[in-house]
Design a protein. Sequence first.
Lengths: 317, 317
Amino acid sequence: MADTVARLAGTTSSRAQATSRRRGLTSWQDRLAGVIMGGPALIVFIAMFLIPMVLAVVLSFTDWNGYSLHFDFIGLDNYAKAFKNPRTIDAAAFTAVIAVAGTILCNGIGLGVAALIAGNGRGNTVLRTIFFYPYIISALIIGFLWSAILSPQGAINSLLTQFGVSPLPFLTDVTFAKVSVILTIVWSHFGFNMILYLAGIKSVPAEYYEAATVDGASRWQQFKSITVPLIAPVVTVNLVLTLVGLLKAYDIILALTDGGPAASTQTIVYQILRDSFAHANLGFGAAQSIVLLVVTAVIGLAVTFARRGADQKASES
Amino acid sequence: MTISTETTGPSIAGEVYLADVRRKPRRSGRRRGPGAASERTPLAVTVVKWVLLSLLALIMLVPMYILVISAFKPQADIVLHPLLITPDMFTFDYLWNAITSEKFNVVGAYGITLLFVALVNFFCIVLSAPVAYVIARGRTRWHVALLVVFVSGLFIPGQVTLIPVVFVLRVLGLINTIPGFILFETAATLPVTIFLFSAYLRTIPRDIDEAAALDGASRMRAFWSCIFPIMRPVVATIIVLNSIGVWNDFVSPQIILGPGSGIYTVTTGVYAAVGEYSTDYTVLFPTLLLAIAPAVVFFIIMQRHIIGGLAAGATKG
């Protein structure tokens, strides 16, 4: 295999050399073409990713307010503040709860539903659409919709009252509000996980299931012993994407609870944006976002590392 | 294979069971095949499965149903009869109010957002495709390094770069302007796009490049007229991903364009229109309906591509 590739590469490159010699092309012309084709994207990337990344680190040591071009360096004060500020700590704790609970629920429901509707029937196709559609709607709008349904005079409480049950404080009680936020996120997000799991399940060769059926394995045994181990890489991708995505939860909370009641549903990104812009303290916001970046990277790498064994097994079989 | 140990145990019992079932479908004249396993599942399990799936489908659909019918009802009826709509409560007044609202100019917001979607898609593809081609065809470690640099952008959350990007755009004089916003949004799409494009281009044989070169086409020309047309499937995936991303983005337009610029996308327009009035349902529901209508229509028409594109984008990324 590798031998063939090497041979192919050898012949193509010698052929390419022959062509360029015939056309009188020198390698600097080829290189110039490469620079012209790659340069613009690289410049945009440097301007909007690399320079801002370096700036984020620099700004996190300053008291920049966001509009003036003047600021002072204040050392590690912003970081010290971030780790001492009770608001930031509460927000970080709730963000962690969202990320963990949300990841478990989104992936549990997403994988379960995917396994149930993996067939090609018409009913399954319709269900797939129904479970997935909230994903294409902006999180902000999902938040507003559920805030209207869960509010004190919203649809659910109106129905509860009509059935003689006292209304529930979905968005006005601290614990209820936290649960409401997490369930709304799960409602809008598990369909995306389901789609990825469906793609994974469909890539498992049908012969495996046929063989297992002949051997008398039940559907549950097949799911546990064939599907889950073979789609291990898809599980890893799902876990990383959901965890990292939920650490950034913001839009949906802004619309659903606006961080309330009593600041109980504020997330870390909510804090970052509020401190940076409403409170005109971009230096402090930058420090918190650097912490978020490090935490995100560590979690992403940790999950990938922890799943390495399962991923390898899947690619070997 | 990992499954063999699990399946040898129950195989004898299973064969007996299977032999019993095999006769049944033949007698009843039902087709066997992929559905063979489901024919073995007891009726009770099937019933539970469909009851669960139907319940979940209901939970997914009822909020959308409430959103649609409430857009055509007065406040009192929305609160008292959340699930009903009768001819005597039906009215177009509130929808019309939302369309003509001075706070949220829907037609303007649709136009601006569509323009942003088109521009980001255009610049994203024009910038990414050539650089992905250079990376895919390159043989030196510089090309690998280039890919690593771009792909590293995948791990940087938008919220982290957003704060310093405000600084960069302020220095460039592009803050609160459309070019500034397009620049940031386009840059945000580069990592995924370049990654998917170069992975796809590696599967396209070099022979096509050489044939074009023999015909005397320059490298640039060869790429745009011979290679790029073959990239249609992956370009479609990227357009789907970008369009959903830009249409639903809230934080970047809110911060880069800012309320001061007077430019509202659909999401920032909704926020401006209902942010403070979220208890007035006759404003909230019609506005939300207007905001989601184009996205839902786009989803219904492009469903297959959207779901396929997301699955491809995420599992390869």
